[in-house]
Structure formats: structure tokens, C-alpha cells
Design a protein around this ligand. Structure first.
Ligand code: GLY
Length: 369
């Protein structure tokens, strides 16, 4: 018996586990392959501003709150587990490839201004001054100084180490079901039939969150993203470049000295794991249009994973319809960014029994209102 059983050892599950253990709770995490889900493919953009969508202001506020926690979060992680996670704080450049793309960026800029966000409009020439490897065809852009980046694979390692140091137990097993007794979640049934009991069960299974037997229906679905990793990009880009290329979005995120992530497709294809010729073609085509030097790089990895999409693109945080089952899922495009705030909020709920004010707009109840 443990205080908290966390289903899922990705960034979100581990953050909840670590923060809960720090509050004195006994915590067990179950995952058959921790760190191989969405975070394995993620580019690691911490980008509340450049991910902000029309009508998603509450999500933006949560994203900004999480970004604010990031420097303290990674410093504490390094101290707790010994793994340093570098925060890249050079900002993000968004560029438009043709006139229509730039018009769309201007509309986005007007929205960002309404929200009081810090964004500087740039001409094509000014954009190229910041990133000289951009094609001269780029027509204009925006500079967003506050949107940062982190390497999600390193972040996962850091969380594993910090959680272990805080006494979190990790069980590497497939999960077959949420156990329900007398109308309450009481633990997990593991592959092979073993039962694991806990006072509270946290569901942090990302895109798989709606697939376990024994659970209430949840508005979480897999949204496929294909992504590429390239090598040899040292000095090519100073920071993240996002581009609108004939209406299609692509992002270029430097990592680990000479690496570059190019992402990502957004596809409603369930758990389809195929890396497709079309997906790779579109990403490379758009990336090379924006930064022609990419053509020289070595393509070292192609992969597909699934974002946990929700009906309003915001996460599901807090109590569920099943007593004892707590939700920490549905983070869609912002899982890496929302890792610190999710850990804090869910740990507070588990320790105090109260839903923190910041989490209230994100309970599953909102879909009934
Ligand atoms: N946050 C970037 C993506 O979901 O592709």
C-alpha cells in the first residue's frame, strides 16, 4: 500500500511523483517504458506565446505560470538528482515565407498584443539579421523573447533521478486496468495480474489516458506528430525558428550542440506509428525552404508519437468522476512546458485534498458546463 500510485512515468507522471514525494507522500510510479512516449519525440519548446491559440486564454495563463517556474524547477532538479537541464533562453523567431504567411503573422501579432504579450514585429531583413541562415525569401516575422526551449530527453533523465532520490518507487510493468472497489479507484492491476494499491491513483498516461479499462470516459485522444532529428547544425541557428510556409507550420529547434529537431506534423490518425514519406517530405521541404543550409545536415532520426489531445487543447487536471482517481493528462502541445506547474498543482491536491485555484479551470467538469 502506498499513498499515491502514478500511472505513467513520462514527464508529467514523474513531476507529480517527485513533487508529491517531496511533500512526504509515499509514491509508486508504474510504466513499462518510461520516457519513450510523447516526451521522446518532443522538441522541447517552452512557448506559451508562439503556441497561444485564439480563444485559449486560460491555457495561456497556465502556460505562462509554468514557464515562470522553469528556472527554479531545473535548478532544484539538478540539486536533487544531479542531472543538469540547460534552459535555452534566447527566445523564438517566427517567420512568414510568402505574403499570405506574413499577413497571417500580422493577425497573430494583433491577437498577441491584445493579450499584452511581448512580441516584436520584424521585417524580413531584421529577421535575417537575427538568424543569418534564413532564406532571403522570408518576408517578415516576429521575435518572441520569452519563448524558450529545453531538451525533453535530458529533462526526463533529470526527473527520473530526482524522483528516485526522493524515494519514489518505479515499477516497470504494463498496466492492465484501474482497480475499482465500491465505486472508488484503489490502485492498478498490472500485467500478469498483480495488484498495486494506493489511496489515490494519478492518471498520467498521456495519449493512452482514455484506454484503460475501469475508467470513466475521458476526452483524451492521440494526435500524431512526426518529427525529424538532424545532426551537423552547430552554428546554423541561434535559437528556435518557427515558420509559416504557404500556410503550413514548421519549427526548427536546435539542441545538444549540433542537433536540430524539425517538427511536427499534426494528424488525427489514432495510434498510427508510421513515419510516412509524405510527413518527412513536407517537414524537410518546408524546413529547407526557410533555412536552405538544412539540406547539408545528416538526417539521424525520424519518429512518430502521439500528443494527448483534449477537446479544448487544455490539460485535464484534478479530480475525475471516479473518486480516488486524479487526472494529470491531456497536455496536448504543451506537455514539456506544463511539467512544472502540473507537478506542483497535483501534488498540492494530493497532499491537501483541495483543488488549487490555478487548476480549477482545468478540471474535467468544464466539459459539462
Ligand atoms: N508543441 C509542439 C508540438 O506539439 O508539435
Amino acid at each position: 500500500m502506498t499513498d499515491v500510485v502514478v500511472a505513467g512515468g513520462g514527464l508529467i507522471g514523474l513531476s507529480v511523483a517527485w513533487r508529491s514525494a517531496q511533500r512526504g507522500l509515499s509514491v509508486t510510479v508504474v510504466d513499462d517504458a518510461p520516457g519513450t512516449g510523447a516526451s521522446y519525440a518532443a522538441a522541447g519548446m517552452l512557448a506559451p506565446v508562439t503556441e497561444a491559440g485564439y480563444g485559449e486564454e486560460p491555457l495561456l495563463r497556465l502556460c505562462l505560470a509554468s514557464l515562470q517556474r522553469y528556472p527554479g524547477f531545473v535548478a532544484e532538479l539538478a540539486q536533487a538528482g544531479g542531472v543538469e537541464v540547460a534552459l535555452r533562453t534566447v527566445g523564438t523567431l517566427v517567420v512568414g515565407f510568402d505574403e499570405d504567411d506574413v499577413r497571417a503573422l500580422h493577425a497573430l501579432h494583433a491577437f498577441q498584443q491584445e493579450l499584452g504579450l511581448e512580441v516584436e514585429p520584424l521585417t524580413g531583413r531584421e529577421a535575417r539579421r537575427r538568424e543569418p541562415s534564413l532564406t532571403p525569401r522570408v518576408r517578415g516575422g516576429l521575435h518572441v523573447p520569452g519563448d524558450h526551449a529545453v531538451d525533453p530527453r535530458v529533462l526526463h533523465r533529470a526527473l527520473l533521478a530526482a524522483a528516485a532520490a526522493a524515494g519514489v518507487r518505479m515499477i516497470r510493468s504494463r498496466i492492465d486496468a484501474v482497480r475499482v472497489e465500491a465505486g472508488r479507484a484503489t490502485g492498478l492491476r498490472l500485467a500478469g495480474g498483480a495488484d498495486l494499491s494506493g489511496d489515490a491513483v494519478v492518471l498520467a498516461l498521456g495519449a493512452w489516458s482514455a484506454s484503460l479499462p475501469g475508467m470513466p470516459r475521458l476526452p483524451v485522444r492521440p494526435v500524431k506528430g512526426q518529427i525529424l532529428r538532424l545532426r551537423g547544425a552547430a552554428g546554423l541557428l541561434a535559437g528556435t525558428v518557427r515558420a509559416l510556409v504557404r500556410g503550413r507550420q514548421v519549427y526548427l529547434v536546435p539542441y545538444a550542440g549540433d542537433g536540430l529537431v524539425v517538427g511536427a506534423t499534426v494528424e488525427e490518425r489514432g495510434f498510427d506509428a508510421a513515419v510516412t514519406a509524405g510527413g518527412v517530405h513536407d517537414l524537410l521541404h518546408d524546413a529547407i525552404d526557410v533555412v536552405p543550409g538544412i539540406t547539408e545536415l545528416e538526417l539521424v532520426e525520424t519518429l512518430a508519437r502521439w500528443r494527448p489531445g483534449s477537446d479544448d487543447n487544455a490539460p485535464l487536471l484534478g479530480p475525475s468522476d471516479l473518486p480516488g482517481l486524479v487526472l494529470a493528462t491531456g497536455h496536448y502541445r504543451n506537455g514539456v512546458l506544463l511539467t512544472p506547474v502540473t507537478g506542483d498543482l497535483i501534488a498540492e491536491l494530493l497532499a491537501s485534498g483541495n483543488v488549487p485555484a490555478l487548476a480549477k479551470p482545468f478540471t474535467v467538469n468544464r466539459f459539462r458546463r
